[in-house]
Design a protein around this ligand. Structure first.
Ligand code: PBG
Ligand code: ZN
Length: 326
């Protein structure tokens, strides 16, 4: 082994001192699912350890995460009724809007609340946009996404995260927010979102599996890298403040390239399938869950992510606090 490498490994304090990647609980975002109703805390089969809350009980989920050291959240809503227009998404009394009001009342500025802005959880067909002549229609979807984002911010969201991959979404949201005085509310855009089988567990949790076709007309083909950089660039030009690469583990090259080329914070979304694989393999006794979740998360930061959205956020904050990573 090279002499310098050997010296840097020679004691624990020095190994920590000379680490090249640093992680902090401040950079973690924890996803939460909220469904219509009250008194609900429903365990999710595809997400062992995660729950669907109702607007009144989501306070408990947030409280637990706060205790663990996580204070940023991204909320997903599952409405009681779905329709072809996704009305529940932009209903001022929708499930996410209710949850935002509860959380703000309960926690004030101790929590940073982000909302996922998309129609797929709210549409009966399960697509991220309106269907016109049997196809997802980009442009007629934009006003609905803008209305959704605005209603989230009016209910207390600190930041909005459009995930539907409709072109010009960021511009539409920015215009609507600015026109209503929310000029300082940032947009975190799912700019590089691949069409991925890793979303399987999420779609069960959010009840958002497309009822016909798939999302390949608007989500990216995993053979492509340059396309991701182009979409990131476009979103930044439209005014995105933070960009998301999603999924994370199978897309570390995209994160690394973006980190080199993009002048904005990069959030990596380690999605449901990534979480589920670790959980399932660990439950079967095949891998050490804690070791794997630590190693996977650090590798995402090492690739260049500044922010990590993860279902393991609480465990990661604990690992950071214990000094196992960070
Ligand atoms: C909806 C959306 C998806 C995720 C976040 N927002 C997935 C999809 O396209 O079905 C994925 C999150 C996860 O898989 O954990 N636009
Ligand atoms: Zn969607």
């Amino acid at each position: 082994m090279e002499a310098r490498t050997r010296r840097l490994r020679s004691n624990e304090a020095l190994r920590r001192l000379s680490r090249e990647t640093r992680v902090s609980a401040d950079s973690l975002i924890y996803p939460l699912f909220v469904r219509q109703g009250s008194g609900i805390e429903e365990a999710l089969a595809t997400f062992p350890g995660q729950f669907r809350y109702s607007p009144d009980t989501v306070v408990r989920g947030v409280d637990e995460a706060l205790q663990a050291g996580v204070r940023s959240f991204i909320l997903f809503g599952i409405p009681e009724d779905k329709d072809d227009q996704g009305c529940g998404a932009y209903d001022h009394n929708g499930v996410v809007q209710q949850a935002l009001r509860q959380l703000r009342a309960g926690f004030g500025d101790d929590v940073y609340l982000i909302t996922d802005v998309c129609l797929c959880e709210y549409t009966s067909h399960g697509h991220c946009g309106l269907i016109v002549d049997g196809r997802v229609d980009n442009d007629s979807t934009l006003p609905l996404l803008a209305a959704t984002a605005l209603s989230h911010v009016q209910a207390g969201a600190d930041m909005v995260a459009p995930s539907g991959m409709m072109d010009k979404t960021v511009a539409a949201l920015r215009t609507a927010l600015d026109a209503n005085g929310h000029i300082d509310t940032p947009v975190m855009s799912y700019a590089a979102k691949y069409s991925s089988a890793f979303y399987g567990p999420f779609r069960v949790a959010a009840d958002s599996t497309p009822q016909f076709g798939d999302r390949r007309s608007y989500q990216m083909d995993y053979h492509n890298q340059k396309e991701a950089l182009k979409r990131i660039q476009a979103d930044l030009e439209e005014g995105a403040d933070i960009i998301i690469v999603k999924p994370a583990l199978a897309y570390l090259d995209i994160i690394a390239k973006a980190a080199e080329q993009v002048l904005a914070p990069i959030a990596a979304y380690s999605v449901g399938g990534e979480y589920a694989m670790i959980k399932a393999a660990a439950a079967a006794g095949m891998v050490d869950e804690y070791a794997i979740l630590c190693e996977s998360a650090v590798s995402i930061y090492r690739a260049g992510a500044d922010i990590l959205i993860s279902y393991f956020a609480k465990e990661l904050a604990g690992a950071i606090r214990k000094g196992d990573i960070g």
